[in-house]
Design a protein. Structure first.
Lengths: 897, 652
């Protein structure tokens, strides 16, 4: 019974203890408690269940055969129970929670290629210093990094560092942020985390500045020790630049930025798609110390992708070979398309052939060929109108042309000839408004004075629109003429009525008033008006005397041709204008032929004013200068480069114009009148070439070797100038911005229309074209991040240059296309950049680290303390060891008798 | 084997002393207790037994002594804290715990409303508890800024603590960075293992670049090299249904700087049609409600052009169609709200020092954002310039020592006091080089600009030749000590620049650059990217208060403060040291606005480099590296057993 009790009581005690522990500890991972004001933690409380073994020690008492007194047996059992309890407690890992300022410092040593051997030696010294100054518990770790960080094992204290302790690895990139991130994993818990970057601060991947915030958030202070700037002998090609907008056949400049640490000779060769650039390939140069610029002229003859490579070779000392070349690629659009509308189609071959020779696609059309919608015009990059009289160009066509230039960014050139500018009847038209020159030219004193009589049919058939238009035409004529010129208007039916007697055109108000009074009604007879004209003009002292006869009907032939012949004898010329089907073309043609003038026929009365103005300017001849003229370059524009304009043969004539105030006159005649002028109109550009393009005035030019070049350059500089835009309805070009963090590149496209509108809702895709495999572009969608902004990210697969093309579509049709390039010719590590201490300093500032930390500063706690667990189990075990001795003594020495 | 605790130099003498004491105690003969026994036969039996067991008795004593010494040795050995050297059988595990925004989706397994992160954390805890004794592991968080949240540990508790502390941010997952980081951490370690713990809603294009095995294919720059690493995937999340705001941004117009355009993009990530209400809330009031019917995967954009207002808070909210419905729209609430702000308008105070220049005055007067004060050169006072945002000096160069105390635009500076030393004269220069990416040249073309006469500048290091004629700088810019200076080396009246569109744009660009206006004209930031916040002049640091109320400091460099924000909402910014200027206190908004993060459809399996990633495995049971607890357990066992045998006289 007693024995049963002796087992039951300790068992019960053990059970109660177990239950109490289950309630107090449960399955908790950690137990906090405080004792005497100090905080304690049990880090493995589950071990406390072993305490149950302690009461069980007392069960043995009931079965004991030991011949000691009861009291001593109880003592012995208690000691053993205590010993077991202490062991169990030790296993539960009690610890005090304290504060300490133990520092764990991770030295992050840059071993990338931009670090010289001497700098690496410095870094080794710094590590040795750190080992020497490390105090007590402080922890020192070393990480070396290039592209990847690597944790190094330090030899035990007292052992010197192995010679190859800081071996170089992954040297083509410096990723400082990756090294800092790796350091996070190296700080033991309960230490103050310090990282020290031993680097030149030239980050070629990653984003250290951003990482600094992460480091600060986790309490890691990042200090740095940078190396004194040390310039290794180095020659490199820093970049190769191409113009954004290269066109087939158009010469352009390729620029390389070459850096040399010291002066010397070098050869830089430009390759175009693996072959030495044909125009201008190898350059021998004397490099200055510092930055040098090398330029080549090149051209591209095939549309598509072209990669240029500049390769430098030199006998100068050079540290890195990888950076002696640079690449750049460019996407070249197809040939420019030009619409050439020629008033004299038989003479169009000269310019057409010249432009085709210069890789420009030319579509030649006759005088009626100008499209009447901007959409149709948008297919061309430039429209050239040469010697086409205004009467062939309707209002719709002119409006289309204006919109094409102003809104769609198209180019427009008007080339001269008898039928261009003022003498083509364009005065006051929309075409004049977009050209950089005015047509209303004051008369020169040495020009012959003109006496002009307008004979206007006012027969019954002219009633309505025709007579009104005829009146408008007469009024316009009055406006065009110089003040000194004489003008008379005769209205005729079967009789001639002097509407305006021959008088100075300066009496414009009066003349116009008189013309307005004209009324239609009656038959038709030509003789009376001609006779009246003859009477008026013959006595006039004017050098030129001219009659314009307008009719829509038929008349008696009698006496007419005789009179015309007589007038011709008296230097009076006659031009006839037939309107409508009723006009007697045979008679009118004959009259004009005999009268030394021209015959015009039109179905459409709308053309009457244009015919009148053209005829008037032509007769006045005030607008035409027809004599061999010399050229003067007023302004040296890019388009004259390589043309040899100074060797140009003289031109035989031109149309007189006046430059408009904001225009840019590039060439002028010896009479100081513009030959070539241009300006911008809205998004586009227009140019006026007042001489002609064919064998009349430019007869010598077309044989001149510079002719084709001149026109090709003029066409290229004037044509639609939106890089990468082809056939776009808006013609707008957008900003494409690339931000490279190798191997990632972020692209942002800003679609902002010319009128400041953000273009949103577009489906935007970015094509990344590797010039080595242009057929397989990588495509990725760009997502809208704000109004008019589209962004995306891609990874660059290799070193080289890539073309980017963002295609913006709306409802499936392309709205615009924007091109760019991204070039990563070789690892940025080899750019030989000066140390970037600023970045390191900034990181130190953000994280609270130190600048140029060395020695003891590496382990500076900076007054910080960190919570830390001091484990107590080893003290408990010492107690157990002593207790064990007592326990044995209690058995071996009889204490109680 | 190494000792991490007490050194051998202490333990060995301790063992010697304590051991000697134990031996001495055993040598000591315990005097028998006198007991009078009346029966002689019994004695004979006992004596006979004693004779036969004399040897055994001696042995019992020796065993007892040895057990005690063993216990002592175990205890002292434990105090030495012996560690096994690194095991080659243990795994080195990186636990990549997705903490990106999509982990806030509430479709985790478990009780309703359990987030994916909670589910992932539970999985992580289970994994960590199942790690083998020889395994060491590290926890990495995968969000906009992946980073280790623990060091390499063999101690479960540290790992569990790291997992518990993980919180999901409003940032998109930067998987590439995380994988590269994991690869770096695992390089050169034994049995490297990477466990991806998340919804798997990650960028396919990044996953496609991961290499797990050697291949004949040429290694690309963009390859993420995880060769030799045992990559495993533990998926979380159930539902992929989501309708979210994938873009919400305010953008200032380029020319009309007082008006803004707001873009809202809503995208459905469901495979069936859904209806939602889009509310636009301005300063707490609903100003626009629109019912959106979205087809499967449809994307809808809404634009609110020509908004004006200063400091107005705009919020876009996406709600279930029925206004009474309390049901959430989908499992991912984070992208159902987006924030924007119409930034406060700040008129730039500009002092124009001129004897009269209509072109310039015209260009400056046209700009509504400027408050221009004109002054004749004779009245110039350097000290007074400090209260202007910028000074424009037309053909007037203040003498040395009285330079403007603010940003300055010099037109045709002359003489020795020119901010950029005049190096010579140029007749009819042609602009041949332009620094096209300089903010001054944005939307400006100087092609075939006519200048009759110009001076060329000598530049100091750091100065930028914005425009040059055959490498001779004629427009130069400088940024030094927070002060920006631009100089045009020609008189406007001697060029056709004022006739060009380029001129007013150039002037506006210069003033914008002075003001530090955001070149992208954006006023909304994206979480998970480092931000460059414009800082008022004079501030060396900004105090940025995040939506959760925590304030952090951001150092200012080049007029901009760098900051990384990880939550969506409104941020308050004030300069340090505090400034009285009313414009000094600013706010801005940040959004997740990431359609890739809103595509929350979880993946039950992940195929990388042509391989399906297997689920993680529990570790091998083995011996912990730290041995002391084993020693103590043995000692404890001996103590118990020996106590029993002692009492039963099996040992004495």
């Amino acid at each position: 019974m007693r024995r049963a009790l002796g087992v039951a009581i300790p068992a019960l005690a053990a059970a109660v203890l177990a239950l109490a522990l289950a309630l107090a500890v449960g399955r908790r991972d950690l137990v906090h408690f405080s004792l005497g004001g100090r905080a304690f933690e049990l880090l493995r409380p589950s071990a406390l269940y072993l305490l149950v073994g302690a009461p069980l020690a007392f069960t043995a008492l009931r079965f004991s055969l030991v011949d000691l007194t009861r009291r001593q047996q109880w003592l012995s059992a208690s000691l053993r129970a205590l010993l077991i309890a202490l062991l169990a407690l030790a296993l539960a890992r009690p610890s005090t929670v304290g504060q300490r300022s133990t520092v764990a410092t991770v030295l992050l040593v840059d071993v990338s290629d931009s670090i010289s051997d001497r700098q690496l030696d410095d870094a080794r010294k710094l590590i040795d210093e750190a080992r020497a100054t490390r105090r007590g518990d402080d922890v020192l770790r070393v990480v070396s990094f290039g592209k990847h960080p690597r944790a190094l094992d330090l030899p035990p204290d007292g052992t010197p560092l192995a010679a190859d302790f800081l071996a170089r690895h992954d040297g083509d990139t410096s990723d400082l942020s990756a090294a800092v991130q790796l350091a996070y994993g190296l700080f033991p818990p309960g230490t103050l985390a310090r990282a020290v970057l031993i680097s030149d601060g030239n980050e070629t991947a990653g984003n250290l500045a951003a990482e600094a915030f992460a480091a600060r958030d986790r309490g890691v202070r990042v200090s740095y020790a940078s190396f004194p700037a040390e310039q290794d002998d180095e020659v490199l090609v820093r970049s190769l630049e191409l113009p954004a907008d290269v066109k087939v056949g158009a010469p352009f400049e390729v620029t390389a930025q070459v850096y040399a640490s010291r002066a010397g000779r070098a050869t830089v060769t430009l390759y175009r798609d693996e072959f030495v650039n044909p125009l201008d390939g190898r350059k021998e140069l004397e490099l200055r110390a510092g930055a040098n610029t090398v330029r080549w002229r090149s051209e591209i003859l095939q549309p598509g992708f072209t990669t240029f490579k500049a390769v430098l070779s030199t006998k100068l000392k050079d540290h890195f070979a990888a950076n002696n070349q640079a690449v750049a690629s460019v996407a070249v659009r197809g040939k420019p398309r030009v619409l050439y509308v020629e008033g004299e189609p038989q003479s169009s071959a000269y310019l057409t052939n010249a432009l085709r020779k210069e890789s420009i696609d030319v579509e030649t059309r006759g005088p009626y060929g100008l499209p009447s919608s901007p959409r149709e015009l948008a297919r061309y990059d430039l429209v050239l109108l040469s010697d086409v009289p205004a009467m062939f160009v309707g209002p719709a066509q002119m409006a289309a042309l204006e919109s094409y230039v102003r809104d769609l960014g198209g180019g427009f050139i008007m080339a001269g000839g008898e039928n261009s500018f003022g003498s083509g009847g364009y005065s006051g038209s929309r075409v004049e408004s977009i050209l950089p020159v005015r047509f209303d030219v004051e008369k020169k004193r040495d020009q012959p004075q003109l006496a002009l009589v307008l004979a206007i049919d006012r027969s019954g058939s002219m009633t309505g629109e025709k007579i009104e238009l005829a009146k408008d035409a007469a009024k316009a004529t009055a406006e065009i003429l110089g003040g000194e010129d004489l003008l008379g208007v005769i209205a005729f039916d079967s009789m001639a009525v002097p509407t305006v007697r021959l008088q100075r055109a300066s009496n414009r108000t009066h003349i116009v008033q008189e013309i307005s009074k004209l009324q239609a009604g009656g038959g038709t007879s030509f003789l009376p008006p001609l006779r009246m004209s003859f009477e008026w003009l013959d006595p006039t002292p004017a050098k030129r005397k001219h009659v314009i006869l307008l009719t829509d009907g038929q008349a008696n032939y009698e006496g007419i041709l005789e009179l015309v012949a007589e007038m011709a004898e008296h230097n009076i010329t006659l031009t006839t204008v037939g309107v409508g089907a009723g006009a007697d073309k045979t008679l009118l043609t004959k009259m004009a032929e005999d009268g030394g003038g021209r015959f015009y026929y039109t179905q459409d009365a709308q053309n009457i004013p244009k015919i009148f103005t053209k005829e008037t300017t032509q007769v006045a001849r005030s607008a035409l200068v027809e004599e061999p003229i010399g050229l003067r370059v007023v302004k040296h524009a890019e388009l004259l480069d390589g043309v040899g304009i100074n060797d140009a043969p003289p031109l035989r004539g031109y149309v007189t114009t006046k430059p408009k105030p904001m225009s840019e006159v590039i060439l002028e005649s010896t009479l100081s009148e513009p030959i070539l002028a241009r300006w911008r109109v809205g998004l586009g550009q227009t140019a006026a070439f007042t001489s002609d393009v064919k064998n009349r005035w430019a007869a010598e030019w077309i044989r001149w070797p510079g002719y084709a070049k001149f026109w090709a350059h003029l066409v290229r500089s004037t044509m639609r100038h939106t890089p990468g835009t082809s056939g776009g309805a808006t013609g707008a070009s957008f900003d494409l911005h690339v931000d490279v963090d190798p191997p990632r590149a972020r692209v942002a496209v800003d679609a902002i229309a010319a009128d400041d509108r953000f273009l949103s809702g577009l489906d935007t895709t970015l094509q990344v074209i590797d010039p080595e495999h242009p057929q397989k572009p990588m495509e990725l969608p760009l997502s809208p991040t704000a109004a008019g902004r589209y962004e995306g990210e891609f990874a660059i697969d290799r070193y080289g240059s890539f073309l980017l093309r963002a295609v913006l579509k709306q409802n499936g049709s392309e709205v615009a296309e924007t091109a760019g390039t991204v070039s990563l010719p070789y690892p940025r590590e080899y750019l030989a950049l000066p140390p970037d201490e600023a970045l390191l300093r900034r990181v130190a500032e953000i994280t609270g680290g130190k600048a140029q930390a060395r020695g003891a500063a590496l382990f500076d706690a900076a007054g910080e303390r960190v919570p830390f667990h001091r484990e107590l189990w080893s003290w408990l075990l010492w107690a157990v060891a002593v207790l064990l001795l007592l326990d044995i003594a209690a058995r071996r020495v009889r204490i109680f008798r | 084997m190494t000792l991490a605790g007490a050194p051998l130099g202490l333990l060995a003498p301790a063992f010697a002393v304590l051991g000697a004491a134990v031996v001495a105690l055993y040598v000591l003969k315990l005097r028998r207790q006198r007991v009078e026994v009346p029966f002689a036969d019994l004695w004979q039996k006992i004596l006979r037994d004693t004779e036969t067991t004399a040897l055994w008795r001696k042995l019992r004593r020796l065993i007892s002594l040895l057990l005690q010494l063993a216990m002592l040795a175990l205890i002292l050995g434990a105090i030495g804290d012996p560690h096994l050297s690194a095991s080659s059988r243990g795994r080195t595990i990186v636990l990549l715990l997705d903490t990106s925004a999509s982990m806030q989706a509430t479709d985790g397994r478990g009780a309703a409303g359990t987030t994916r992160l909670a589910e992932a954390q539970e999985q992580a805890r289970r994994l960590i508890r199942g790690f083998g004794a020889e395994d060491v592991a590290m926890v990495l968080s995968l969000d906009g800024r992946p980073a280790p949240i623990s060091g390499f540990q063999s101690d479960d508790r540290e790992l569990l603590r790291a997992v518990d502390a993980a919180a999901a941010t409003d940032t998109p997952a930067d998987l590439e960075r995380a994988l590269r980081l994991a690869a770096d951490a695992l390089r050169g370690r034994t049995r490297p293992t990477l466990v991806l713990l998340g919804d798997g809603a990650w960028d396919d294009r990044v996953l496609a670049r991961v290499r797990l095995a050697d291949s004949t294919e040429k290694e690309k720059l963009s390859t993420i090299d995880l060769r030799g690493v045992d990559v495993r995937f533990a998926p979380v999340g159930k539902s992929g249904d989501n309708v979210g705001i994938t873009a919400f941004a305010v953008r200032r117009y380029r020319a009309n700087q007082t008006a803004y355009e707001v873009l809202v993009e809503v995208q459905s990530f469901r495979d069936h049609a859904s209806v939602a209400r889009l509310e636009l809330v301005q300063d707490g009031e609903v100003v626009n409600v629109e019912r959106l019917e979205l087809g499967a995967g449809e994307r809808v954009e809404r634009l609110y052009p020509n908004l004006a207002g200063e400091g107005t808070r705009l919020e876009a909210r996406l709600r279930p169609e029925s206004p009474t419905s309390k049901e959430p729209l989908d499992a991912f609430p984070v992208d159902d709200r987006a924030y924007a702000l119409l930034p406060p308008r700040h008129k730039l105070k500009v002092e124009l020092i001129t004897a009269g220049n209509l072109f310039l005055e015209g260009a400056l007067l046209l700009d509504e954002n400027l408050q221009v004060e004109k002054l004749a050169p004779g009245n110039y006072d350097a000290a007074a310039t400090a209260k202007y945002d910028a000074v424009v000096l037309d053909a007037f160069t203040p003498p040395k020592g009285s330079e403007p105390r603010t940003h300055a635009l010099y037109l045709d500076p002359r003489g020795p006091a020119s901010p950029f030393p005049v190096a010579g004269e140029l007749d009819a220069p042609l602009v041949t080089e332009v620094a096209a990416d300089h903010p001054l040249m944005r939307w400006v073309t100087l092609k075939d600009l006519n200048i009759s006469h110009a001076t060329r500048f000598a530049l100091a290091p750091g100065d930028v030749a914005v425009a040059a004629a055959l490498k001779q700088p004629i427009i130069a810019a400088r940024e030094r000590d927070g002060r920006k200076t631009v100089a045009l080396g020609f008189d406007l009246r001697r060029s056709d620049l004022p006739m060009r569109v380029a001129f007013p744009v150039l002037v506006v660009n210069a003033l914008d650059w002075f003001a530090g206006a955001d070149t992208g004209l954006l006023a909304t930031y994206a979480t998970g990217q480092p931000w460059r916040l414009p800082a008022p002049p004079g501030a060396s640091e900004l105090a940025v208060t995040a939506p959760d109320g925590k304030t952090q400091r951001a150092p200012v460099h080049d007029g901009r403060a760098s900051f990384y924000g990880s939550s969506a909402g409104y941020y308050q910014v004030s300069p340090l040291p505090p400034s009285d200027a009313p414009a000094a206190m600013r706010q801005f908004a940040a959004n997740l606005a990431s359609s890739s993060e809103s595509r929350i459809a979880p993946r039950a399996e992940l195929i990388v480099d042509g391989r399906k990633l297997p689920p993680p495995e529990p570790g091998r049971l083995g011996v912990r590296r730290s041995l002391w607890s084993y020693l103590i357990l043995v000692a404890l066992a001996i103590a118990l057993v020996e106590w029993w045998t002692y009492n039963r006289r099996v040992t004495v």
